[in-house]
Design a protein around this ligand. Structure first.
Ligand code: GCO
Ligand code: MN
Ligand code: MN
Length: 389
């Protein structure tokens, strides 16, 4: 029955250096695992079966590295990629760890910080492209406020827009084959982060000079922190042609950012998400932005990485079962039944169509009497997920 759920390159599973490299440090306690080098992390990911590895500029090259140190680190990293066959589909900038960014990067009230953020990102884009990245992620972790007394939300939006317009022009100018993906998060580390949801990002993207090269990188935990349905956000992004990347993990709704192993908390939400991505034929990276429990040692980190991919593949198989299940499909056919009699009213507007529609008599009471067998369908889904079908 079950396949071996082994990850293969065509599944496009990726992890960030910061995910498997997470040492377990949190605001209440120090690291519990020793830091591995980027080269060691590449080998760990290759052994786990990942296809790709992503990084922030400073996951790879420390912020205070000399030019010679940078070149050596990049050369070693490239060698590890060659040796393992891992690719770098995405890169990003760390615009949140350094104290310089305590009040934001592109939205900082200090013009010197805003200029430094651009400088750092230009160089990080060069580094990402050098290593093969085709998607460049922007997560504005510090772009926000604790108090709105001193920072204008309107002005911050304009600053963020100008920065992205500038960076788009840079990528075009350099003839880089690169798309940008904006990642939303409602809070943490700021009290409130600007553009807190994927929907807000989509609205913002439409205001950019080069909106065609800018999409989103929705993250499951972040939409859940905002109390939203992640799959719905992903569907909106997909429908708009803007699903350039995705961050998979898990989260128990409105808590601190938990970054749990994919599918470990909300199995049903994870199922509908995987089903959606597979049904529409999403062809981008399946990136896991999560980390192992602080309780665990290195063997737990490996189990975490394998677990993310295994759960995805199990849910993918469940999605196929859902499609092949005669009883489920019969219910769906009943739910979506359409005798075509209303087609005359849909589609393109015309004066005549509106007139005929206004004159049509509807049996409103009969419409209200029709129920839908969603309880039955949902229980069949649960049975399927729990292995009872
Ligand atoms: C978080 C974010 C980050 C970003 C990463 C890449 O909550 O910390 O999800 O992990 O995804 O900085 O942009
Ligand atoms: Mn996150
Ligand atoms: Mn993320």
């Amino acid at each position: 029955m079950p396949s071996s759920y082994l990850p293969r390159p065509e599944h496009k599973f990726t992890f960030g250096l910061w995910t498997v490299g997470n040492t377990g440090a949190d605001p209440f306690g120090k690291a519990v695992r020793s830091a591995l080098t980027p080269v060691e992390l590449v080998h760990l990911l290759a052994e786990a079966g990942a296809w790709g590895v992503n990084f922030h500029d400073n996951d790879l090259v420390p912020i205070d590295a000399t030019a010679a140190e940078r070149d050596k680190i990049v050369a070693d990293f490239k060698q590890a990629l060659d040796a393992t066959g891992l690719v770098v589909p995405m890169a990003t900038t760390n615009l949140f760890s350094d104290p310089a960014f305590r009040d934001g990067a592109f939205t900082s009230n200090d013009p010197k910080v805003r200029a430094y953020a651009l400088h750092k990102t230009l160089r990080a884009i060069d580094l990402g492209v050098e290593l093969g990245a085709k998607v460049y992620v922007f997560w504005g972790g510090r772009e926000g406020t604790e108090t709105d007394a001193g920072k204008s939300a309107l002005e911050s939006g304009q600053r963020f827009r100008e920065a992205l317009n500038f960076l788009c022009e840079y990528a075009i100018d350099q003839k880089y084959d690169l798309k940008f993906a904006l990642e939303a998060k409602p809070n943490e580390p700021r009290g409130d982060i600007y553009l807190p949801t994927t929907g807000a990002m989509l609205g913002f993207i439409a205001t950019l000079d080069h909106s065609e090269m800018v999409g989103v990188n929705p993250e499951m935990a972040h939409e859940h922190m905002a109390g939203l349905n992640f799959m719905h956000a992903v569907a909106q992004a997909w429908g708009a042609g803007k699903l350039f990347h995705i961050d998979l993990n898990d989260q128990n709704y409105a808590r601190y950012d938990q970054d749990l192993r994919f599918g470990s908390q909300n199995v049903k939400a994870a199922f509908f998400l995987v089903k959606f991505l597979e049904d529409v034929g999403y062809a981008g990276s399946r990136h896991f932005d999560a980390h192992a429990y602080r309780t665990d040692n290195l063997d737990g980190v490996k189990a975490f990485a394998k677990g993310c991919m295994r759960t995805y593949l199990i849910l993918k198989e469940k999605a196929e079962q859902f499609k092949a299940d005669a009883e489920i499909q019969a219910l769906l056919a009943e739910i979506n039944a359409d005798d075509g009699s209303m087609n005359q009213f849909f589609g393109l507007y015309s004066t005549g169509k509106a007139a005929v529609l206004k004159a049509h008599e509807f049996d409103r009471l009969a419409l209200g009497k029709r129920g839908q067998p969603y309880e039955k369908l949902d229980q069949l889904t649960i049975d399927l997920l729990l292995g009872a079908r």
